[in-house]
Design a protein around this ligand. Sequence first.
Ligand code: PLP
Length: 383
Amino acid sequence: MKPSVVAIKQQEIFKFNARAKSIPGAVNMTVGEPNFHTPEHIKQAAIRAIENNHTHYTVPEGNHELLSAVANYLHDKYDLNYDPKTQIVATTGVTEGVFSAFNAILQDGDEVLIPSPAFTIYGPDADFNGAAPVYLDTSKTNFKVTPEMLAEAIRTNPRIKIFLLNFPSNPTGVSYTGAELEALANVLRKHDIFVISDEIYSELTYNFKHVSFGNILPEQTILMNGLSKSHAMTGWRFGVVCGPAAVISQINKIHELATTSITSITQYAALEAYTNGYDDPAIMREQYQSRRDALYEGLKEMGFDCPTPDGAFYLFAKIPEGFEQDDVKFANELLEEEHLAILPGSFFGIGGEGHLRFSYAASMENIAKCLSKLSLFLKNHKN
Ligand code: PLP
């Protein structure tokens, strides 16, 4: 099995980060996880779970009290209606959810349609499950897929079995309105294609309320969500996969083979998050929004062009004309000269060339430092 181009890019991200970390005092704007700690009430629930000896195997899909809490939360937040008995599996993060879903659905020679630039796991996940990733360059359409592009891609790639949709997006921060999602659904409902909708950043939206694709096209949607970003719980490894009962049952079989179940203690922490943690994301969202505004305004003043950052904690900015357009070279020089780490856009695949991905899961102090370092770098490199 050969790793795809995107798999190689993922290794490049690790290498770039390792270099940034080896420079004392470097300002790091590459981080893809919240710089908050897990809320105290969730940590306490996990401690209680250990003390009460909830430390044994569970059923593969996750404790049913937890799955009911997930169903209620998704209903209350996004108006979704999933039966906790048959339509939800708790997975080891969305990372395992995507892999298990691909494994359950794909046959050798199938294709997975991935809007690009994209989060780095989707391409390799397709590869490793015997399918070919088909990348859809979104750089000319504000980093969004249009219904026309989608229809054309399906027409020219008849073996597409999965359309991977991720919004708000890593790496671009763009999201879709309900009307835009409806237009995509109108194309998809004519085809035998599953939509894997990775909505891990659904709680971090700034410009409009998040609408889930699970509401728009429930019969064909496999929804991925979790607590990594909304509740600052990346290390707990918790995700949920929701969808039509028949496909969820298949995904649960793969999940059981690979994991038996997710960690029992994490399940108790997640139960607390989904029961009493409805307001936790708002506190973080407010801070992300101020950081986003500061970074966006600062970058615009320097001449960076950037799609409207609707959500998540990323900005994807075009390097201004008149400066080095090779994003990898630009980012490497920036790291060497100014000790500022920002990821090259091309690490996220086709369409990312000439861009930089900023993460604002960073303190205001580091955002200010980032802007002044970048401004100095531009001054020194003006042609
Ligand atoms: N999906 C996207 C778009 C992400 O950006 C990330 C993490 O950065 C993940 C999934 C991974 O989520 P999890 O921690 O639930 O595995």
